[in-house]
Design a protein around this ligand. Structure first.
Ligand SMILES: C[S@@+](CC[C@H](N)C(=O)[O-])C[C@H]1O[C@@H](n2cnc3c(N)ncnc32)[C@H](O)[C@@H]1O
Length: 272
């Protein structure tokens, strides 16, 4: 059953005020499918009843859950391999050389979803830059959705999830088998500090970082929101920081003081 126009408009406004995502009408069927599952889990007879439940009550846990299921959390290990190659072969060696005297480095995975992105960085560091483990080295991973952050913190993935992008050698080295699932070893999980941050909130406590991954999230925002949030991130970057977006994303339509830098056929941005 299709959502009534009023229901869709209510959801659209709620989502803009929450994570700031623009709900395109052509995504209505995806949204409906997710809401149908939530309605079932929460004991509502239909999606309409669920929406009515949210509409009638002040912001509640239920509203939070609804916003949560609307976010798209698609991710996988070592997504966009070339960017990880660039990180390994150019970006991290450059930063380690530049920070050798202070021995401090912060990497921020700004929309980390269920954790595959920051854990890929953690494994890459263990494999190729173990020296960083004796530095003041932080991987901060943030997301809007508490649901995905809970899963990320657990670091436990199904066979399907580990089959997406995870090299077999790293799987056996850094994961422990748990029934049909695989859980990252405690020493890898301990490398990440997870936090909830809504990137579109002007008051968001954006970490001051050297390397920022802001991948596959800008596409969900309108131009004005993209501009505002990139401006804020730009101010949180250290002078020689590097920022990378999703491989298919670019910000050439925005006037932000970030200049593109080509590294190993991938595009990164530096404050200017
Ligand atoms: C498609 S995933 C991308 C995950 C990962 N960066 C990658 O490229 O594989 C987009 C993530 O952005 C998060 N997100 C959406 N709106 C957000 C917001 N306003 N603030 C923070 N995270 C947000 C979603 O919860 C989701 O986990």
């Amino acid at each position: 059953m299709s959502l009534a126009t009023q229901e869709f408009e209510f959801l659209r406004d709620l989502v803009i005020a929450g994570p700031g995502i623009v709900l395109e009408p052509d995504r209505q069927h995806v949204v409906e499918a997710r809401l149908a599952q939530l309605a079932l889990n929460e004991g509502f007879g239909s999606v309409s009843q669920l929406i009515e439940g949210v509409r009638k009550n002040p912001p509640t846990q239920l509203q939070r859950k609804l916003l949560d299921v609307i976010t798209n959390n698609e991710t996988w290990f070592f997504r966009d391999t070339q960017q990880f190659e660039a990180l390994k072969n150019f970006v991290l060696p450059e930063f380690m050389a530049a920070r050798r005297s202070g021995r401090k480095l912060v990497i921020w995975s700004a929309a980390c979803s269920t954790g595959q992105e920051p854990y890929s960085i953690a494994m890459l560091v263990r494999e190729h830059f173990p020296e960083l483990l004796s530095w003041d080295f932080q991987i901060i991973a943030t997301d809007y959705s508490s649901r995905v952050l809970q899963k990320a913190q657990l670091g436990k993935y199904s066979r399907f999830e580990v089959n997406r992008g995870m090299p077999a050698t790293l799987l056996t080295k850094y994961f422990l088998r748990d029934g049909l699932d695989w859980q990252l070893r405690p020493e890898i999980r301990a490398m990440i500090s997870f936090r909830q941050i809504n990137l579109t909130q002007p008051s968001a406590n954006i970490p001051r970082s050297d390397i920022v991954l802001l991948r596959n999230v800008l596409i969900y925002f309108d131009r004005g929101t993209r501009h505002e949030l990139l401006d804020r991130i730009r101010f949180s970057l250290v002078e020689d920081a590097l920022l990378v977006l999703g491989a298919a994303e670019n910000i050439s339509d925005l006037q932000i003081r970030l200049k593109p830098v080509q590294i190993n056929n991938t595009c990164w941005y530096r404050p200017c």
